[in-house]
Design a binder for this molecule. Structure first.
Ligand code: FES
Length: 697
């Protein structure tokens, strides 16, 4: 427990001491990586100094020197920037508790127990982010980021008074009294399910026990949610992103912050409907539809939990806190809420604020007292996943204007800086995922993932998933023989259309230019329009006029949504762009911009951030302050409903052109040779499809 109640109880006293010591020349202590610093009298336990400064240092045993969670490292040397000479002798010598711990356990060279060592002079102290006490299989962290910890779960070891006939306090009451004495927890609630087992646990532990205490908000009453005999020196949490296609889950040590295992699976709801709208329709058409989909997703989460627990040797009973994110329909179905209202205007959410629940009520096979937290949803179709991605990337923390886009069948867009943030969704449809494209397919071995077209010869070369070489390189045919060349996935669809534009095969209005057939027979007539033959093999892979139109419609929907938000903020460009989600990880920013999928920006400022929603879930799991941060931010975000905006239609029509009919893309033009503009009238909707057609899901 870092800054638990005990820290607060002593806080005022320490602040006073600290103030006095500013002038008394007491040693200066600086904690890294937080950079928090203060002066403390010689002899102050380092754990206390950390608590006074609000530096999170874990402690399960309450300073008895047995849990080993409070480890720190002294940085030695002259730190000119901070005016500190930090020496080994400025910390007390190894004491009895540290010797005892080091004998029994493995205390790495240079590590000290902060509860058992004291300040003797100026110090620079490093608080390691991943104090590992139990040997466990640790996977390479899936998320490469330091998250300062302040979890909602506190593990508190206590030694409880034995029963005494003359003091008829119940076992549980004496446990609570001890938790208050040792840890400062007052007014504790107790999970009902523990009542029948308290006596057995205390006797089994010889009147020692570890209580898991949950407190999400400083103002909420803390609750004992789990109890173990003796010292329980580990607690785990789960951070899970429920995507409509994939569910990704991390098992995380709440005491060290380490991801100990990660796993993912496809969302089994796909069997009820490929996209979100078809799942809503399934619920509307089938009386048991909602229940079936709720059960399917919960079962998948339970299976993933079993997988990560097996992989890491963790017991599901040690999982105490779970954070979930998902788009509004996934969020509702997981909670057992009928999502029908989300399928039609005004897209009313049953609940938009953060949800606090119990794992047992959601049928999750973890500790019976485990708690669940769902991040708030931003709007009817901008969900807790977008909130989590915002928490991760932090447009609301920026000085510069940041655009955060998660491209799925329904793109979620957040734009802003620390002054103002706006959000919307745009119905891009499934074209970017390969659906609606004649040769489209999901990213899998055999799918074309990269495309280049020679501007002189108009000959293509491409790469296929699972094969090192480009198609014109030696060895390609042999290596591609196994998987075959089966279709085009999302990243290549963007590249091939952009390359067709850069080489003049299609005009800025997206029309395949039939006159190019004279230059290369790969451009061929297919009825009233022309197509481009990308690969002539066992399976002919072509890009048809309709394919180009489908991509234009999808990218125009996304761009018009982004532009609408830019207009709301009164800006003509964005400073930096973050692509969240799997799709963003594979697309080349250059081609996305040539296509006009995203607004003009320095290419170096466009970054793929992978599963930012998963990172946001992890942040909310490990630090309660991040929960408050995103709750406050979501309250501040202005939600824009694109369907209700009168100029969305015009922005959509302008965005049908490559890269755009009216926006100049001057930054892009400095970095990429764009074809000369040839204005063509009325081609934007050349296939007769209505622009701005709303598709959800
Ligand atoms: Fe447990 Fe220091 S707090 S060993």
């Amino acid at each position: 427990m870092a800054d638990g109640p005990r820290g607060r109880v002593q806080g005022d006293k320490w602040r006073q001491v600290n103030k006095e010591s500013q002038t008394s020349g007491n040693p200066l202590v600086l904690f890294m990586p937080s950079g928090k610093r203060g002066r403390f009298p010689v002899g102050t336990p380092i754990l206390d100094a950390a608590r006074q400064l609000g530096v999170y240092v874990e402690s399960v045993c309450g300073g008895r020197g047995i849990c080993g969670r409070c480890q720190i490292e002294i940085q030695q040397g002259h730190f000119a920037k901070h005016g500190i000479e930090s020496r080994a002798e400025n910390i007390s010598e190894f004491g009895a508790k540290e010797h005892r711990y080091a004998e029994k356990r493995d205390l790495k060279e240079g590590r000290r127990l902060s509860c058992s060592s004291t300040v003797q002079g100026d110090l620079v102290i490093d608080v390691p982010q991943d104090v590992q006490v139990n040997a466990q299989v640790v996977r390479k962290a899936a998320i490469n980021r330091v998250i300062e910890r302040n979890p909602a779960i506190h593990m508190c070891y206590v030694e409880v008074d034995e029963p005494d006939m003359h003091k008829p306090l119940g076992d549980l009451d004496r446990l609570k009294a001890q938790l208050e004495r040792d840890w400062g927890w007052s007014d504790l609630l107790v999970s009902q399910h523990l009542l029948p087992s308290v006596q057995k646990i205390l006797r089994k532990g010889g009147w020692t026990a570890t209580a898991a205490i949950h407190q999400d908000m400083e103002s909420s009453r803390p609750t004992i949610i789990a109890l173990w005999p003796e010292l329980k020196n580990e607690a785990y949490g789960i951070a899970c992103d429920i995507g409509s296609t994939t569910i990704a889950l991390h098992l995380v040590s709440l005491l060290s912050g380490r991801i100990v295992a990660s796993s993912g699976t496809s969302n089994p709801q796909i069997r009820f409907g490929e996209d979100l709208m078809s799942r809503v329709s399934y619920v509307m058409m089938n009386p048991d539809g909602r229940e079936a989909m709720t059960n399917a997703v919960r079962q998948a989460i339970n299976e993933l939990t079993v997988n990560v627990c097996k992989e890491s040797g963790v017991s599901p009973g040690d999982i105490l806190d779970l954070v979930f994110v998902g788009n509004p329909i996934m969020h509702h179905l997981f909670l057992g809420i009928d999502p029908t209202e989300l399928g039609q205007a005004p897209f009313a959410l049953a609940v938009s604020g953060a949800v606090h629940s119990w794992a047992s009520e959601l049928g999750l096979a973890v500790n019976e007292g485990a708690r669940v937290y769902l991040l708030p949803c931003i709007a009817g179709h901008v969900g807790a996943d977008a909130a989590a991605a915002s928490l991760s990337e932090g447009p609301h923390r920026q000085d510069r204007m940041m655009l955060l886009v998660d491209v799925g069948t329904n793109a979620e867009i957040v734009l802003g800086n620390k002054d103002r943030v706006v959000a919307a969704s745009s119905p891009t449809g499934p074209a970017f995922e390969g659906a609606e494209i004649s040769s489209g397919q999901r990213a899998a071995p055999g799918a074309i993932e990269r495309v280049r077209i020679d501007p002189q010869t108009l000959e293509p070369r491409f790469r296929v998933i699972g094969v090192e070489q480009w198609s014109n390189e030696p060895g390609f045919d042999e290596n591609a023989a196994g998987s075959g060349i089966t279709g085009i996935c999302g990243s290549a669809i963007i590249e091939v259309v952009a390359e067709m534009y850069l080489t003049g095969i299609i005009s800025e209005d997206g029309v395949v230019d039939g006159s190019m057939a004279a230059r290369n027979p790969r451009i061929f007539s297919s009825g009233r329009t022309f197509s481009y033959l990308l690969h002539d093999g066992a399976q002919k892979i072509t890009v048809t006029q309709n394919d180009v139109r489908a991509i234009q419609l999808a990218k125009a929907a996304l761009y018009a949504g982004i532009k609408l938000l830019m207009q709301k903020l009164g800006i003509d460009h964005v400073d930096t762009i973050r692509f969240a989600g799997a799709f963003g990880s594979f697309i080349d920013p250059k081609y996305a911009m040539v296509l006009g999928l995203i607004p003009d920006c320095e290419l170096g400022e466009v970054k793929a951030v992978g599963n930012a929603a998963g990172t946001g879930a992890l942040m909310a799991l490990l630090n309660r302050d991040h929960r408050r941060e995103i709750e406050n931010t979501v309250n501040r975000i202005e939600k824009i409903e694109t369907a209700l905006e009168p100029n969305f239609q015009q922005l959509f029509i302008d965005a049908m052109a490559l890269p755009n009919k009216v926006d100049p893309f001057t930054r892009l033009a400095r970095q990429v040779a764009l074809p000369q503009r040839k204005a063509r009238e009325n081609a934007a909707t050349g296939d007769g499809r209505r622009p701005g057609r709303r598709r959800r899901g």
